[in-house]
Design a binder for this molecule. Structure first.
Ligand SMILES: COc1cccc(-c2nc(Nc3cc(C)[nH]n3)cc3ccccc23)c1
Length: 278
């Protein structure tokens, strides 16, 4: 591959992930700023996830969409693998949500709209993400959402072969029972996210993974009264046990409440560009 570490000036650490860290970096000849994700081969082998990484690279490398973080390339040396990724200046939605506690309906609708736009593109290419959660949603300098971390993505239909580590909060029943599943798993996660954006925590959250598992299986959740009818309807139509009965991504885009918020998004971005996208 044509890239090497000498092609980059390395800047600050952006953050730490499970298998390595991401650094701000600048490609020397062009001055182009990127995020360099450094993964340790030993760690990957120890967790037996090197083929997941291979699939992540193959899938993300070929996806080109304004709300999907670009993977420009990769290279490696004897201990590490380096992913050359698009740099999103404002970090993760996870951090923003922690800071703001919860989003107002305009912001929640904007992020859901942009995420669903990215997922329609992925599903059209038979790619399911399978790991949609606030930690994997980055924010670009213009405030736009960027879906990242395709480490768990597969070509539909999929079946989970690896133990899920980390939160179960976003997994649909069919993935908990390790049953065969299709792209409707991402529809479920959109419902979880919309709830979490407005309420500040995911619907099935409990102190222990075991209890969370029971609550998901029993569909034991309540939408607080302060959530208005528009988002309430979308959440209720996405958090459905039977995958094929869940609201389609297209129907989310057409939803009246989502459409009502759109004119406000453009005005927030500062009326530098009054672009009426109709
Ligand atoms: C593993 O790397 C992590 C983990 C958690 C947060 C960040 C992070 N990332 C980015 N931007 C990025 C990251 C990538 C792959 N492209 N653009 C920006 C930030 C800003 C403040 C705090 C943190 C940030 C990275």
């Amino acid at each position: 591959s044509k890239w090497s570490l000498d092609d980059f000036d390395i800047g600050r650490v952006l953050g730490k992930g499970r298998f390595g860290s991401a650094y701000l970096a600048r490609e020397r000849s062009s001055g182009f700023v990127v995020a360099l994700k450094v993964l340790f081969k030993k760690e990957l082998e120890k967790n037996n996830v090197q083929h997941q990484l291979k699939r992540e690279v193959e899938i993300q490398y070929h996806l080109r969409h304004r709300h999907i973080l670009r993977l420009f390339g990769y290279f490696y040396d004897d201990q590490r693998i380096y992913l050359i990724l698009e740099y999103a200046a404002y970090g993760t939605i996870y951090t923003l949500l922690q800071k703001e506690k919860h989003f107002d309906e305009v912001k929640a609708a904007k992020y859901i709209y942009q995420l669903v736009d990215a997922l329609i593109y992925c599903h059209a290419k038979r790619v399911i993400h399978r790991d949609i959660k606030p930690e994997n949603l980055l924010l670009a300098a213009n405030g736009d959402l960027k879906l990242s971390d395709f480490g768990w993505s597969v070509h539909s239909p999929g079946s989970r072969r690896y133990t899920v580590c980390g939160t179960l909060d976003y997994l649909p029943p069919e993935m908990l029972d390790n049953r065969e599943h299709d792209d409707k798993v991402d529809n479920w996660s959109v419902g979880i996210l919309l709830y979490e954006f407005l309420v500040g925590k995911p619907p099935f959250e409990t102190p222990s993974p075991q209890q969370t598992l029971v609550r998901i299986r029993n569909m034991a959740y309540k939408i607080p009264p302060e959530v208005s009818e528009g988002p309430r309807e979308i959440i209720t139509k996405l958090l459905i046990f039977e995958p094929n009965k869940r609201l389609s991504l297209e129907d989310i885009m057409k939803n009246e409440w989502i459409q009502q918020q759109r004119p406000i998004w453009n005005s927030i971005r500062g009326d530098k560009r009054r672009v009426q996208t109709n």
